[in-house]
Ligand binder design. Structure first.
Ligand SMILES: Cc1ncc(COP(=O)(O)O)c(C=O)c1O
Length: 397
């Protein structure tokens, strides 16, 4: 770290809720990130699935600058064109008909939970409030979102948790059938569990969820916060399945790095959140929405989604090759540009090794390498990372 003493001291004023790497990031462009020593890293995380169209993407920077000159913020008591325009683009490219804007993923999930409860109360009575979620899922860090999250590690110490959440194992249709009943307001799931290890939900399981939700009158909510916005090769991940949900939650890559979250539903569902039932001061901020408009236009008007599929296949193939040569690899899996390598045993030093070699990656518990590169990544970047992984393997023996 090459920071002046005063700046270094300032880090102590930050809450220590993150186990950070010893790197101070100064700037980024495309697939690259530079630290304050001028060292360059290739970013295989996109800021955890955020800067999917590349860091400081020029057309998005331009859109942000244009909007910043006009209007930073106005209360949601008034209309703004960027907000309406972003909502239109989301809806015209999905099943959705209306959008509630917020600022983050957890807030989008929170909004969906509130919508589900209101919908349940108003369509089936006050006892209809339960949300059935998946074990191993991740939905964010508010109290309701950690309760929906199917990983006790995020809940410990924060009890009592809100009532009304149950969890079933992913891809277990029978368990889902048993868990859903007259109290169930919604079934909530990520079509691909991201933080929970890039676990893809099977089409059959998704179809069962759709059928059960329809039969009982519950909502089917997809959390597409990590896998939406082109990450799997279609604008939304559900579009590569046979299932259409009732609600989707978006955030992360929606504005390529500016904070915005969205909860999308059909009008007849969204109408249950009437005036005064939910709100956000910053939600749908004009600058963030201007960035979002540029993101969706890029995803829909160019061939970038084809590129995600093509380069995703290349990444899959290279990782499978690595797995053949490295018996410690249990499995590689993913879709498009969300890919994972699961090891049979932990390698706690893997992330630091790759950082040293100039790669930003995500490693959970030393055992799960998750790759979420920007869509502008090239084959040669993938080759360089795979070569570093071979080197890591070599120095083990
Ligand atoms: C699937 C999913 N849902 C929700 C969230 C929470 O989003 P945020 O950190 O913006 O609140 C995340 C973040 O990683 C996520 O991956």
């Amino acid at each position: 770290m090459n920071q002046a003493p005063n700046t270094r001291k300032a880090f102590e004023y930050l809450a220590e809720t993150y186990a950070r790497f010893p790197v101070v990031v100064e700037k980024a462009q495309g697939v690259y990130v530079w630290d304050d020593n001028g060292k360059r890293y290739t970013d295989f995380t996109s800021g955890i699935a955020v800067c999917s169209l590349g860091h400081c993407n020029p057309s998005i920077v331009e859109a942000v600058k244009r909007q910043a000159d006009k209007l930073f913020h106005i209360s949601n008591l008034y209309w703004t064109v960027p907000q309406a325009e972003l909502a239109r683009l989301i809806c015209e490219n999905s099943f959705g008909e209306q959008v509630f804007f917020c600022n983050s993923g957890a807030e989008a999930v929170e909004a969906a939970i509130k919508l589900a409860r209101k919908f349940g109360h108003e369509t089936r009575g006050p006892d209809c409030y339960e949300i059935v979620c998946l074990e191993g899922s991740f939905h964010g860090r508010t109290l309701a979102a950690i309760t929906a999250t199917g990983q006790p590690v995020y809940q410990r110490g924060f009890e009592p948790l809100p009532d009304g959440f149950t969890h079933v194992p992913p891809n277990n249709s029978r368990a889902l059938e048993l868990a859903v009943g007259r109290r169930t307001a919604a079934i909530l799931m990520e079509p691909i569990l991201g933080e929970g290890g890039v676990r893809i939900l099977e089409n059959g399981f998704l179809k069962t969820a759709r059928q059960i939700a329809r039969d009982t009158g519950a909502l089917l909510i997809f959390d597409e916060i990590q896998v939406g916005m082109g990450r799997t090769g279609s604008l939304f991940a559900y579009q590569q399945t046979d299932v259409e949900p009732d609600v989707i939650c978006l955030a992360k890559a929606l504005a390529n790095g500016l904070p915005v979250g969205a909860m999308v539903a059909k009008k007849q569902v969204m109408r249950h959140l009437g005036p005064g039932t939910h709100a956000s001061t910053f939600g749908g901020n004009p600058i963030a929405c201007a960035a979002g408009i540029e993101v969706i236009k890029t995803l829909t008007d160019t061939d970038i989604l084809e590129r995600v599929k093509k380069i995703g296949t290349y990444l899959t193939n290279r990782l499978q090759e690595l797995a053949k040569d490295w018996p410690d690899i249990l499995e590689t899996r993913g879709r498009g540009l969300i890919q994972a390598v699961e090891f049979r045993r932990p390698f706690p030093e893997l992330a630091s090794y790759l950082l040293e070699r100039g790669f930003l990656v995500l490693v959970a518990h030393g055992r799960l390498l998750r790759l979420l590169p920007p869509f502008v990544i090239e084959n040669e970047h993938i080759d360089q990372l795979v070569a570093a992984l071979y080197d890591f393997k070599r120095q083990l023996s």
